[in-house]
Design a protein around this ligand. Structure first.
Ligand code: AQP
Length: 341
């Protein structure tokens, strides 16, 4: 049956891009799928994290899931490092994936920057761990932003290579020929890639030093208003056609954000605001953003104040996740030829 897996890294500064590209969609998928939503702390440490900050961020991401409307009792909300199958399966995938495949990953190039020799081995192998996250649960669908599409394609390649390399062993054990399914991306709607408020060519990102570039899920109404008012735009009025948006990245971004928050689309936003001045549109965008985020921000605050409750949700989630992943790992060990305890 159909199962969703997705994760968010506890690297601080959860922002509107994480909300629109991931968390908001997590909530929408709960009716159609059995869902696992993971705070991926093993991914977070591929770049340096201060231990005290990391612990705080893990609970904050879990709080954001719950505050946005993820149901941690019907579905599974958990923390990656509490389920050892992720790291175990990632190691096996390190031995399935080819260097050439990883060399093509654009996110590694972006994140490692110029000083590539000094990047962690974990940052390089990150996509193999992501494949393990998904395939440990034999998830069929993965909601991700555009930026993660390449990694998901790699997960599909790993699944296929594993199934091929071990086809005889899989058959001998009487398991399904396609032991690992091909996970499908779920990329839909506007604002699958929210851009920086300061630069329409860069994505909104947690690690960007300029706080004005993003709307944090912890920002209050005044901070949101100030950031949107200062958001970069071109000197023209709002575009009057969807076609025109293509050559105006900042306008495109703000219209996309509005459309996503309003559960609408760019054409409808243009029908309403096209040809108007940005100042007017920005005020409408402030009102909409505040009305959608304020309840989530307030609930996150309430949840974070009670870490005991969050830890209990994560603990219960990890137990249920482990039951599924443990079964996969037993099969994987048999398939590979390990001697089990
Ligand atoms: N700008 C974005 N627009 C739409 N979706 C986005 N996502 C991230 N940025 C945007 C989606 O959020 C989910 C969680 O992302 P992540 O925590 O794995 O980190 P990331 O993709 O590396 O995002 P950041 O914010 O840029 O973090 P840093 O700066 O730490 O690298 C994913 O589904 C992602 O697609």
């Amino acid at each position: 049956h159909e199962r969703v897996f997705s994760g968010v890294q506890p690297t601080g500064n959860l922002h509107l891009g994480n909300y629109l590209g991931a968390i908001k969609r997590f909530v929408e998928l709960q009716d159609r799928f059995e869902c696992l939503y993971c705070v991926v702390d093993l991914h977070a440490i591929t770049v340096w994290q201060d231990p005290a900050e990391l612990k705080k961020s893990i609970r904050e991401v879990a709080a954001a899931f719950l505050a946005a409307g993820v149901d941690g009792t019907k579905h599974i909300v958990f923390n990656q490092s509490q389920v050892s199958a992720h790291a175990e399966l990632a190691w096996i995938f390190n031995c399935v994936a080819r260097l050439g495949w990883l060399n093509r990953m654009t996110q590694f190039k972006e994140k490692a920057g110029k000083d590539r020799e000094n990047a962690s081995v974990g940052l390089y192998a990150y996509p193999n761990l992501m494949a393990a996250d998904i395939l440990a649960y034999r998830a069929t669908h993965v909601p991700v932003g555009e930026d993660q599409k390449q990694h998901l394609e790699l997960a599909r390649d790993i699944a296929q290579k594993f199934n091929n390399d071990f086809s005889k062993s899989i058959a001998d054990l009487g398991l399904a020929e396609k032991f690992f399914p091909q996970p499908e991306p779920l990329i839909a709607g506007p604002a699958t890639r929210v851009m920086s408020l300061r630069d329409g060519a860069r994505k909104m990102s947690k690690s960007e030093p300029s706080d004005a570039s993003r709307i944090n899920l912890t920002d209050d109404a005044d901070q949101i208003a100030a950031k949107i008012r200062k958001a970069k735009t071109d000197p023209l009025p709002l575009p009057e056609t969807v076609e025109e948006m293509k050559t105006r990245p900042e306008a495109d971004n703000l219209i996309g954000i509005y459309a996503a928050l309003a559960d609408s689309d760019a054409a409808a936003v243009i029908a309403q605001f096209g040809g108007q001045q940005f100042s007017q549109f920005k005020q409408a965008l402030v009102d909409l953003t505040v009305s959608k985020l304020a309840p989530i921000t307030a609930e996150m605050k309430r949840l974070v104040a009670d870490p005991g409750h969050i830890d209990q949700v994560l603990g219960s989630g990890a137990e249920r996740a482990e039951a599924i992943a443990g079964e996969t790992m037993n099969h994987v060990k048999d398939i590979v030829g390990f001697v089990r305890r």
